[in-house]
Design a protein around this ligand. Structure first.
Ligand code: C2E
Ligand code: MG
Ligand code: MG
Ligand code: MG
Length: 274
């Protein structure tokens, strides 16, 4: 009896796995089509310089509108795209689109683009970036590449070589989500970062520990000559706190949500609200 029940449970588990695999396969097929069918677009979230309190750039954030399932957030499909290698093609599209759209922004406005560790592995990143800049006419100093600590873990020498080459053509490099991954302080010394983006988990919780971390990272960044962005700032209190801890930039819902590309111009001409 127990044996039969056990087998039944096993079959149930198997069915569950089947279902999961089936869903994944379906998602993968849909993802393969998404580029060709133009289901992707970029939203742009402003970041502000805290000295001048003005917007100096926007981070490009990938959006997928699935014909049936609607909006699928990047965290729900990027790891799949990384597993099957699609992220390289998608990442190329992101870089080309971001550069093209940003080229029409006024003045020295920066565009920041997230790059997956897998794009470094593909070994075509430098070429992709150079051609995106060339085709769009965007000057290299108006492009920032955001990478997470995960990108630095393996194949360190090759990643370092690519980052240095990118820096040499004038592109800026940011370390994204700092403090959440396998943070090693030696990364800050070894890699040519212009900016550290402190993960929003340290901004969100107002306890003494996260405050101390915020202060330490901001201090370290300043000493190393890097800009420090506080991510995910949602309240005026948080903004006051990150100012006090000497962060140099802010990005979060308080100062602007991600918006469609065609709303950027209006955002930049709106009068200040305070
Ligand atoms: P990220 O690069 O750290 O981007 C910031 C994320 O935080 C965005 O989520 C943004 O919408 C969200 N955010 C901004 N301000 C606030 C706030 O005040 N409160 C809260 N709760 N959230 C805020 P999103 O757009 O869902 O993107 C999630 C992640 O997906 C990104 O994190 C990035 O790692 C990845 N991603 C997005 N676009 C791309 C892309 O084009 N390529 C790659 N490789 N990854 C991407
Ligand atoms: Mg980012
Ligand atoms: Mg981030
Ligand atoms: Mg993040």
């Amino acid at each position: 009896e127990a044996k039969r029940a056990g087998r039944g449970r096993y079959r149930l588990f198997e069915a569950g796995m089947d279902d999961l695999l089936h869903k994944r396969r379906e998602m993968e097929i849909d993802l393969r089509r998404a580029l060709a069918l133009k289901q992707f677009e970029l939203n742009y979230q402003p970041f502000l310089d805290l000295k001048s309190d003005t917007c100096i750039g926007f981070e490009a954030l990938l959006r997928w509108t699935h014909p049936v399932k609607g909006n699928i957030p990047p965290l729900d499909f990027i790891s799949l795209a990384e597993e099957n290698g699609l992220i390289v093609k998608i990442g190329e599209w992101v870089l080309r689109t971001a550069c093209r759209e940003a080229a029409s922004w006024p003045g020295e406005m920066i565009v920041a683009v997230n790059v997956s560790p897998l794009q470094f592995k593909a070994d075509t990143l430098l070429e992709t970036v150079s051609s995106a800049l060339e085709r769009s006419g965007l000057p290299a100093h108006r492009l920032e590449i955001e990478i997470t600590e995960g990108a630095l873990l393996d194949d360190t020498d090759n990643v370092l070589k690519t980052l240095i080459a990118l820096r040499d053509i004038g592109v800026k490099i940011s370390m994204d989500d700092f403090g959440t991954g396998y943070s090693s302080l030696s990364y800050l010394q070894k890699f040519p970062f212009n900016k550290i983006k402190i993960d929003r988990s340290f901004v969100a919780c107002a306890n003494a520990d996260s405050e101390a971390i915020l202060r330490a990272v901001a201090g370290l960044g300043t000493s190393l000559g890097m800009a420090i962005t506080a991510e995910g700032v949602e309240t005026a209190d948080q903004l006051a706190r990150i100012r006090q801890e000497r962060c140099t930039h802010v990005q979060g819902y308080l100062t602007g949500r991600p918006m469609a590309a065609n709303l950027v111009a209006a955002f930049l001409t709106q009068p200040p609200t305070d």
